[in-house]
Design a protein around this ligand. Structure first.
Ligand code: DAH
Length: 353
């Protein structure tokens, strides 16, 4: 094979390689193989020096033609392939601007947190301070110092979650060092009074636990808000005025308040507080079971026995306390028929608030 034949064969081979390169990377490999420093064409051209002088013009001419043809083919194929690459990218990144947008919901506070915040603001406005206590509580604070006798039914293991029965007296524990999940926020009253002399004006929101099966009106874990006021000369009238203010702030100025005699171990006298039904305005309807009133919280004057446990002089001081369930307040305020909606985590429900 003469060197000219060799060059022509190389041209055919290279053109084919360029043509069959599927993408820019393959084309670059082909370029290096034929036109690169160590490429086949370059190798042939290097050999020109050893040709007889009369052969050189012919071979030089052909090799220039071959190089020109290959460079032109390379450039053309490069154009073609980058066009393909661009078209591919357009296809992959295509956006259908006629599709409806995907809604993004900004995060927000859970309805119960919002209601707690709202109630907290009302009492901060009256000069109360926020107080907290542990959710894993001692029997002493949850029951004993709140004047519950040892046989009180709320102490039963069927009603209360016990974490540790230190007294070893069985499931229906009454040992003061037993550890339980607090069943109400009232133990915070005791903890505050233990370390602070009056005047005391505190609000204690927090989680509480009861061995209830979840149903429309019960949750095994829910949120209570406790209030406690102790000072000289605090009367039942102060309690009523405070609760009326609270109810109007939360439920609206047209709502009326009614106090019904009740019993709690840690208050004497005790009262349950009703709010006039928002649905019927008090005449009685299905919402309020025909009563015209809906119960919203428990309250009363601090029992002198409780003062006895914390070392506050009941001759000098008096106080009132109240406790409410935030889920219940929220349900009444927004007409929600089932407390389980608050804990199901269904975003369609939660987003509405
Ligand atoms: N601790 C009571 C309960 O969980 C609610 C309550 C009633 C709290 C009367 C009080 C109160 O502070 O005075 O049912």
């Amino acid at each position: 094979m003469t060197i000219v034949d060799e060059l022509r064969a190389l041209q055919v081979e290279a053109l084919e390689a360029f043509g069959s390169a599927a993408d820019l990377a393959e084309l670059e490999y082909a370029r290096i193989a034929y036109l690169g420093k160590k490429g086949s064409l370059t190798a042939v051209l290097r050999g020109l020096g050893s040709l007889a002088p009369e052969e050189r013009p012919e071979v030089g001419k052909v090799s220039n033609e071959v190089r020109g043809a290959l460079e032109a083919a390379l450039a053309a194929r490069k154009n073609e392939l980058s066009g393909v690459a661009l078209a591919d990218r357009f296809a992959a990144e295509a956006v259908d601007v006629t599709l409806p947008g995907r809604p993004r919901f900004p995060g927000k506070r859970h309805l119960i947190s919002q209601v707690v915040d709202e109630i907290v603001r009302v009492f901060l406005g009256l000069g109360y301070k926020i107080a907290e206590g542990p959710e894993a509580e001692l029997d002493y604070y949850n029951f004993t110092a709140l004047n519950h006798p040892p046989e009180h039914p709320a102490r039963a293991a069927t009603d209360t979650f016990y974490l540790r029965d230190l007294s070893g007296d069985g499931a229906t524990a009454s040992g003061e060092s037993d550890v339980l999940l607090r069943t109400h926020t009232s133990p915070v009253q005791v903890r505050v009074m233990e370390r602070q002399q009056p005047p005391i004006f505190i609000l204690a929101p927090g989680k509480v636990y009861r061995r209830d099966v979840a149903d429309p009106s019960h949750l095994p874990q829910f949120t209570q808000i406790e209030g406690l006021v102790v000072d000289e000369g605090i009367t039942f009238g102060d309690l009523k005025g405070t609760l009326e203010h609270f109810v109007r702030e939360i439920f609206g100025p047209e709502r009326r308040v009614r106090l019904r005699p009740h019993f709690f171990p840690f208050t004497e006298p005790s009262a349950e507080v009703d709010v006039s039904c928002a649905m019927c305005g008090g005449s009685g309807c299905r919402s309020c079971s025909g009563e015209g009133w809906i119960e919203v919280l428990g309250s009363g004057m601090v029992d002198p026995n409780v003062f006895g446990y914390v070392g506050i002089d009941p001759e000098r001081y008096s106080g009132f306390a109240f406790g409410m369930g935030a889920e219940r307040i929220a349900a009444l305020k927004y007409g929600i028929p089932d407390l389980r909606l608050f804990v199901d985590g269904d975003m369609r429900f939660l987003r509405q608030f």
